[in-house]
Design a protein around this ligand. Sequence first.
Ligand code: GLN
Length: 310
Amino acid sequence: MSRSADPRRYDLQQLRARVLSEHGGEVDDSIPQLADADPGLCGIAITLPDGTVRASDEADSLVSIQSAVKPFLFALALEDTGGEAFDLVGIEPTGEAFDALKLETGTGRPPNPMVNAGALLTAALVDGDDAGSRSRRILHGLSAFAARRLETDDDVARSEHALGDRNHALAHLMRAEGTLEVSADDTVEVYARACAVLVDAVALSVMGATLALGGVNPVSGERVVSARVARDVVSVMATCGVYDGSGRWMRAVGVPAKSSVSGAIVLSAPGRLGAAVVSPPLDEQGTSVRGRVASELLSSALGLHAFGAE
Ligand code: GLN
């Protein structure tokens, strides 16, 4: 017997008040712009199949999308390569940190598209003749997922490019293995710009909903990617989206999701809804502390867990 709350009436403001009392975690300091984030920020939004978007306070506060871009880069790469991206990137979880300097043994492929190696590669597989045109295609594609024209924070992009030593190392490693065909520097540039796209909880929840609802954006009505691509991406989010915390996440929340160092989390509950939480303090795995708690409470209240009620 399901006694789930109605997502049209569920009190997101009360959920936000509840998770604001969580004070654990540290704001990421890999680039100055992230180190400056407001640790008190917390925005929550959900997007339903009829296009209704519901939002708490601060759901319009912008942060850089960071790794929450990875499912969407993968989706665009699959769409643009007609699925060939599956030959070039693995889909198995790594049990390691997001920026581990490691490729698949034997093949030299990135382990999966949700870690940095994989996202660097999928960014390079998106259509375009050079870094500039690939970045434009990505921004355009992300905007279609969000049903809104998104913008890039150029300062964040520059910092990511200048300070992303491990990303440069990974791109060179993939060049050496023959997995990456375009230039390593261009690849880091495109990935850095993708991570620097600004989103709020509202935009990210619409993006998550588009993947959860078979690739059609419920707000704009536009088909952004094929149903097959949407299903494939959500499957990989389920197993790899929270890095080496994916198993614990799946047990506790039961909704495919992608975390990021800006504290943004996007969730895609297949056939049900998209959701997003933006709150900068992170746990050891790089997952927003309040984002995790809010996701657990939301999943439990709305009966979103993929594998059954409590
Ligand atoms: N910009 C970050 C990086 O590549 C994104 C990582 C993340 O959000 N986990 O290092």
